[in-house]
Design a protein around this ligand. Structure first.
Ligand SMILES: Cc1cc2nc3c(=O)[nH]c(=O)nc-3n(C[C@H](O)[C@H](O)[C@H](O)COP(=O)(O)OP(=O)(O)OC[C@H]3O[C@@H](n4cnc5c(N)ncnc54)[C@H](O)[C@@H]3O)c2cc1C
Length: 396
């Protein structure tokens, strides 16, 4: 039956997660299906990643800036500046990044079907019959293995009966044709009038600047907040190159695989709950999914039980930091502006800033213990949740 299938693996979504699965599942006959005609647009990303992401993807050519520090603006007006001598993050051109990964997948042998949208699937003997819609109408592909790399609104995950993410943050970002004087620090703004339930950012990218924010569920649309931030930052008159809205899925569902199906990247909410960054986690999980795909195909067993080695491996690897991030997010979301200001006051001292300067954007929970050691009164913001977090951190 397998030999009669159109391919050994069909990947829905030509974003970073989908391309990574395809390029790492060497030897598997793969088709990538992408609804847009070209890869990498529209861009719904700030492109701020730890240098390890650029290295992992060998994507040096997509770097447009390097960030070494942060300026945090608290609701009451306090600004906390944390410089460092290290490259803390790179700013990438996300379109070029996606194109590069996609080219690699094609170079590794994947066939690309752009302009086709996944619409549904049916179970057949030995696998799935996948229904697509393209310029010429309906089209079907048969495969024993379907990868849902189709972003936060994943139709594949829904059709496979996987639960949605636990929370959605709505994001918006404008790219401006303006050069900031300080090219080394990202500005982060906190507060319910700025970005309720999340944060806002102003990111220098050479001759351009990305200004954006996220708003958690139940707080309306983000566009009014963006307008206010641009005004506050004196950037409302700057020429706008683009404006994009997108969603950030927070909190992975209990299951990310089913019989003949694995969900990766935003489709599985593999995103850092505190920052909304999804590239490192999605791409790491995608590599694990590729390994599982090859092993399960070789063994001829694509049942959920067989694919659950993917589930176990990504949760044991990056999933722990995601769960710790969920706990810190719980503390953060529970903080009023008054409490945020109190925390800002406590952190505004040299020893605390020295600890903050050691932070790694991919592992924010690692700051919890040294920060509490330096400023023990921080525990008062949520003794129970912070206690749980520290106990979990100890178990690594
Ligand atoms: C405003 C904002 C800022 C962000 N900033 C950062 C950041 O600075 N750093 C960071 O690491 N992360 C950031 N993220 C998150 C990051 O963009 C995502 O985690 C990442 O894009 C996930 O990659 P993916 O491949 O899983 O999904 P996506 O990049 O969303 O790719 C999914 C692909 O699937 C395609 N698709 C969807 N449905 C279908 C269908 N039915 N049929 C066929 N194709 C389909 C889409 O067109 C898309 O190409 C940000 C997100 C937002 C919204």
């Amino acid at each position: 039956m397998l030999s009669a299938m159109d391919s050994q693996m069909v990947v829905i979504g030509g974003g970073p997660a989908g391309s990574t699965v395809a390029s790492h599942a060497s030897g598997l006959d793969t088709i990538i299906v992408e609804e847009h005609r070209s890869i990498g647009s529209p861009v719904q990303c700030t492109g701020l990643v730890h240098p390890r992401v650029v290295e992992m993807a060998s994507a040096q050519e997509t770097v447009v800036n390097t960030i070494t520090g942060i300026k945090m603006f608290f609701p009451g007006g306090r600004m906390l500046e944390v410089p460092s001598d290290e490259a803390k993050a790179r700013v990438i051109d996300r379109r070029r990044f996606d194109e590069l990964l996609s080219d690699r997948a094609v170079g590794a042998g994947a066939r690309m079907l752009t302009g086709h949208r996944f619409e549904g699937m049916a179970r057949i003997e030995g696998g799935l019959k996948v229904r697509l819609r393209g310029p010429e109408g309906e089209r079907f592909l048969t495969t024993p293995l379907l990868i849902g790399a189709d972003g936060y609104r994943s139709g594949v995950a829904r059709e496979a009966g996987l639960d949605p993410c636990r929370e959605v943050v709505r994001g918006i970002q404008a790219e401006l044709d303006v050069r900031l004087e300080d090219q080394e620090k990202v500005e982060v703004y906190l507060g319910k009038n700025v970005a309720p339930g999340f944060f806002a950012w102003v990111l220098p990218c050479g001759d351009r600047t990305r200004v954006g924010l996220g708003v958690s569920d139940g707080n309306g649309t983000p566009s009014g907040y963006l307008k206010a931030l641009l005004r506050r930052r004196g950037l409302d008159g700057a020429p706008r190159i683009s404006l994009n809205a997108g969603a950030i899925p927070i909190g992975p569902p209990k299951r990310t695989c089913a019989d003949n199906v694995m969900a990766v990247g935003d489709a599985a909410a593999q995103v850092k709950p505190l920052s909304g960054g999804g590239l490192i986690i999605g791409m790491s999980a995608a590599r694990i999914a590729a390994r599982t795909a090859v092993e399960a195909t070789t063994a001829g067993d694509l049942s959920e039980r067989s694919l659950s080695s993917y589930e176990d491996a990504w949760r044991a690897d990056i999933g722990r930091e995601v769960e710790r991030g969920m706990l810190i997010r719980k503390v953060f979301v529970g903080m009023t502006d008054k409490k945020l200001d109190a925390a800002g006051r406590m952190l505004d001292r040299d020893d605390a800033k020295e600890v903050l300067a050691t932070g790694d954007i991919d592992f924010p929970s690692k700051l919890a213990r040294p920060l509490l050691r330096t400023v023990p009164s921080l525990i008062k913001f949520s003794p129970h949740v912070i206690g749980t977090l520290l106990r979990r951190e100890q178990r690594i």
